[in-house]
Design a binder for this molecule. Structure first.
Ligand code: ZN
Ligand code: ZN
Ligand code: ZN
Length: 256
């Protein structure tokens, strides 16, 4: 098998079902309507990369059988993408230091909120904590022979980093893609893009906005993710054009 992307979570910040809600998607018995917070695992050769460590990370790691990680990349500092950072400590046993990449702003937020986790030496008290090494994001970098291009996008007033690995692009928590980033996405064959819901939102693309971007990019495969509750998976399949499909937790996409 070539390189793969596994969707560990495809839910918005609340996850689906939403606590206390009895709507159609929240009471659905379709397993694809159980959406943990948005995160993906990339794997090629012996390299495993986690994009975002949200509050459901422990459950996602157990469910997908993640045995180790070589790197963590953060799209931004919001709680639904970083509140699982503490659970990364299992991958730091024996004094192993795990690199965490993100934009300067994202690393600033993460290292402020999880100051105890960003250190390279175990605490002398013996208390358990992650050993994380913040690594800045250059314009492009290489991991295990593959070129990675960070993609800056807007998320309302916040900045988010998407990632391009070869022909694959992962973009979550998007409200707008600047023209310079569209240029970096030229030739994308597999696009993963966040599409929150039908109604307008100040920091997220609506379904219609995301569909317009998906069609503009013209990728062979377009998968939407980071969904709010409201529509069920099968309702979304009917709602989106045939060229655009809703992702679901556990879905594995192969790329080259
Ligand atoms: Zn989010
Ligand atoms: Zn609901
Ligand atoms: Zn966000």
């Amino acid at each position: 098998m070539g390189p793969t992307l596994t969707f560990l979570g495809t839910g918005g910040s609340f996850g689906v079902p939403l606590i206390g809600c009895r709507c159609g998607s929240c009471t659905s018995v379709d397993p694809r309507d159980q959406r943990l917070r948005a995160s993906v695992l990339l794997q090629w050769d012996q390299t495993r990369i986690l994009i975002d460590a949200g509050p459901d990370f422990r459950q996602q790691a157990l469910r997908s059988g993640i045995m180790g990680l070589e790197e963590v990349w953060l799209t931004h500092g919001h709680a639904d993408h970083t509140n699982g950072i503490d659970d990364l400590r299992v991958f730091c046993f024996g004094g192993r230091v795990l690199p965490v990449r993100g934009s300067a702003t994202t690393l600033q937020e993460a290292t402020t909120r999880f100051r105890y986790a960003f250190r390279s030496e175990p605490d002398p008290s013996g208390v358990s904590h992650p050993l994380l090494l913040p690594k800045p994001l250059p314009e492009s970098f290489e991991v295990s022979g593959r070129k990675v291009i960070p993609l800056p996008v807007h998320h309302g007033p916040f900045s988010v980093t998407g990632f391009r690995i070869g022909e694959l692009v992962y973009l979550t928590d998007v409200s707008e893609i600047p023209a310079s980033t569209f240029d970096l996405m030229e030739g994308t064959r597999i696009l993963i893009l966040s599409a929150l819901r039908e109604e307008p939102h100040p920091t997220h693309l609506t379904f219609d906005q995301a569909i317009a971007i998906g069609q503009k990019i013209g990728a062979e495969q377009v998968w939407f993710t980071h969904f709010a509750h409201g529509l069920t998976h099968s309702q979304m399949e009917a709602r989106f054009p045939p060229s655009i499909r809703p992702a679901y937790d556990g879905l594995v996409v192969e790329f080259t």
